[in-house]
Design a protein around this ligand. Structure first.
Ligand SMILES: Nc1ncnc2c1ncn2[C@@H]1O[C@H](COP(=O)(O)OP(=O)(O)O)[C@@H](O)[C@H]1O
Ligand code: SF4
Ligand SMILES: [Mg+2]
Length: 332
């Protein structure tokens, strides 16, 4: 399949990922997830810790392969790419991790760290690289004196700007951001998000934005995918999902957060207990152990992911309004 027919830059097609634990039992971290990201889109992936977000992010950039299903980039199955194409792909997709301290060599100056991707992936001259690094620092709103310093001399927010600059240096098509602000002080988070929003508008880079913070997703993303125990439980345009959440888990997540935007109306609900371990996943609906609407038929099997009439908003629960959600999706 080509990008023209698939119309997706990234397509996770019924992807499952299991990990062996202690060589015996397998934990299913991601369960039959289908997800398309079109060029220029910013898609948010939200869920509690352990729900499979990072595993999806790592599969999206070919750091991990799926156990079942396909991950296609620009229409090509990553599992069947020859090594040379895989190397080229690594320039086209970049990832930003939660911890900028762990991502940067502490013995190199910031200038050297920002030059590295240009050295590795371009044939620019030393002078051209220097100009690029200065331009990059300015776009990342990093003062030029910082280029002479070492990572230990910068704040977490400044280091994350260095990581974002490095990731964008080779002009990737897809940026995966795995909780890029969750290790930072609240005071610097807004600045990073503002920067990402500006970069997104200026460069048109496609983003998979992983977060457990719904307000951030609401501010930055076009679409949102809600994950629970490795399953997609709801997905759709941000405005639709935030205004009319259909799944009890999304409703509980939204009600646990206070929103500045009055358009996001939520009734307060308490999310009881913890997300179970995937090793002890309940039968049937993954959310059954915490769901206020649970009934015994929720254990009968994994509910289908059903589409609303608009064809863009989907949810997975047996108690959805049948007049609203009725069409099975390809991921069911
Ligand atoms: N390499 C691994 N080996 C075994 N289990 C793993 C591994 N990576 C992730 N897991 C398990 O898969 C589940 C999902 O993990 P992860 O994708 O990191 O979730 P999240 O990013 O949402 O916190 C967790 O239960 C985690 O313990
Ligand atoms: S299927 Fe049942 S347990 Fe699962 S979310 Fe719906 S009502 Fe709750
Ligand atoms: Mg994670």
């Amino acid at each position: 399949m080509t990008a023209a027919t698939d119309n997706a830059l990234l397509h996770l097609d019924q992807v499952t990922r299991r990990f062996d634990v202690c060589g015996k039992r397998a934990v299913t971290a991601v369960r039959n997830v289908s997800l398309k990201i079109r060029p220029g889109e910013v898609v948010g992936l939200v869920g509690e810790s352990g729900s499979g977000k990072s595993t999806i992010g790592r599969m999206a950039i070919a750091l991990l392969s799926p156990t079942e299903g396909q991950v296609r980039f620009d229409g090509r199955d990553l599992a069947s790419l020859p090594p040379a194409d895989l190397r080229r792909l690594r320039q086209r997709v970049q990832i930003i991790f939660q911890d900028p301290w762990g991502a940067l060599n502490p013995r190199h100056t910031i200038g050297r760290l920002m030059e590295e991707p240009l050295l590795l992936h371009t044939s620019l001259t030393a002078e051209q690289r220097r100009e690029e690094v200065i331009a990059m620092a300015q776009r990342m709103q990093l003062g030029l004196p910082l280029l002479e310093r070492y990572p230990a001399q910068l704040s977490g927010g400044q280091l994350q700007r260095v990581c974002i600059g490095r990731a964008l240096a080779t002009k990737p098509d897809l940026l995966v951001l795995d909780e890029p602000t969750s290790s930072l002080d609240v005071s610097v988070r807004a600045g990073i998000l503002q920067l990402l929003d500006t970069l997104r508008r200026e460069t048109g880079v496609t983003m998979l934005f992983i977060s457990h913070d719904l307000e951030t997703i609401h501010a930055l993303c076009d679409r949102v995918v809600v994950l629970y125990l490795g399953c997609v439980v709801e997905s759709g345009p941000v405005e639709a999902v935030f205004k009319t959440p259909a799944h009890p888990y999304t409703q509980a997540l939204l009600s646990a957060q206070l929103f500045a935007d009055p358009a996001v109306r939520t009734e307060r609900q308490h999310l009881q207990g913890e997300i179970p371990s995937p090793l002890a996943a309940p039968p049937g609906c993954p959310f059954s152990t915490r769901c206020p609407l649970y009934e015994s038929r929720c254990d009968a099997g994994l509910p289908d992911l059903l589409l609303e009439g608009t064809g863009v908003h989907a949810a997975r629960c047996i108690r959805l309004d049948p007049d609203r959600f009725s069409t099975p999706t390809e991921a069911s």
